[in-house]
Design a protein around this ligand. Structure first.
Ligand code: G3H
Ligand code: ZN
Length: 288
């Protein structure tokens, strides 16, 4: 099987993106995996610090790595938005394929310092074990929390400049870069801002490494396709999965108020997540 680095490189060459989807339970994992397998596409499973606390760090790793080995399938695991070196290290030590150090709230130099610490540690483990661990970091405001918001939060318009992006990537030697190019986390009732695809092109040109788009939920199809064409190699989706889960369970319980069997209550949630992920993966991989 190719490594995640190789799949990302290949996606960049083909002008497509790999889907990254967050989970905090087995139902979401099944829905995502069913969709990826149906389309025969590589997929990245993400867990934030909160999601992994709920699901169990070792448990998530055990299930994802078991699926990968059992089915010989390119399903990878990412520590999404981890705020400290210690929490990143824990995920690397458990066996994650990829980590995101989220220090974008810190001043530039502090962001560089903690990011560099994570990169150095990942390289050290890679050298010792042969596992190719990828490190992603962020610069600029991409919001926080996969939640439903009434309006676009303040700060969303402050985008990463190509100059800062280059300085940051050169100083940290990260493998993947998440700039602020227009989108922010969550679903927004008044609609999401557009992606600045020209900025993506410029940042890609000066950094020369694969770029990651966060805050994918609720973006317009053309924003995704323009961003991917401009140099985005991974797209993150979380809120749409959470919403699909909640709506499916709510609908089922409304129609079956006496049902108490978890498998029956939760199967519609698995199916709804599968449908969301299938549509997104088709778009990201140029199938539609
Ligand atoms: O890291 C997670 C994503 O960036 C999720 O963003 O909730 O807008 O899909 P989203
Ligand atoms: Zn994100």
């Amino acid at each position: 099987m190719k490594t995640l680095r190789e799949y990302i490189k290949e996606a960049g060459e083909k002008g497509i993106a790999i889907g990254h989807f967050n989970i905090s339970n087995l139902e979401a994992l099944h829905g995502i995996y069913n969709a990826a397998k149906k389309l025969n596409l590589p997929v990245i499973i993400g867990v934030s610090e909160g999601e992994e606390k709920f699901a169990g760090l070792e448990e998530v790793y055990a299930v994802v790595s078991e699926i990968r080995t059992r089915d010989n399938y390119p399903i990878f695991l990412n520590a999404d938005h981890h705020a400290s070196f210690e929490s990143v290290k824990k995920c690397i030590d458990v066996g994650f394929d990829m980590v995101i150090i989220d220090a974008a709230k810190l001043p530039f130099d502090e962001n560089v310092a903690v990011t560099k610490q994570c990169v150095d540690y990942a390289r050290e483990v890679t050298a010792k074990t042969g596992r190719d661990i990828l490190v992603e970091a962020e610069l600029g405001y991409i919001g926080s929390g996969s939640i439903i918001r009434d309006v676009v939060p303040e700060g969303a318009g402050i985008l990463t400049t190509p100059e800062d992006a280059k300085k940051f990537v050169d100083a940290t030697s990260i493998d993947l870069f998440a700039p602020s190019v227009g989108s922010i986390h969550g679903l927004i009732k008044t609609g999401k801002p557009h992606i600045n695809a020209e900025l993506v092109t410029e940042i890609k040109k000066v950094t020369g490494i694969p770029l990651v788009l966060h805050g994918g939920s609720g973006l317009r199809d053309e924003d995704f396709t323009n961003a991917i064409k401009a140099g985005i190699s991974i797209v993150h989706i979380n809120s749409e999965i959470r919403l699909a889960f909640r709506e499916a369970v709510e609908k089922f319980l409304k129609e079956n108020s006496s049902e108490i069997t978890p498998a029956k209550i939760l199967q519609p949630a698995v199916d709804a997540i599968e449908a969301v992920v299938e549509a997104r993966l088709k778009l990201f991989s140029g199938m539609q």
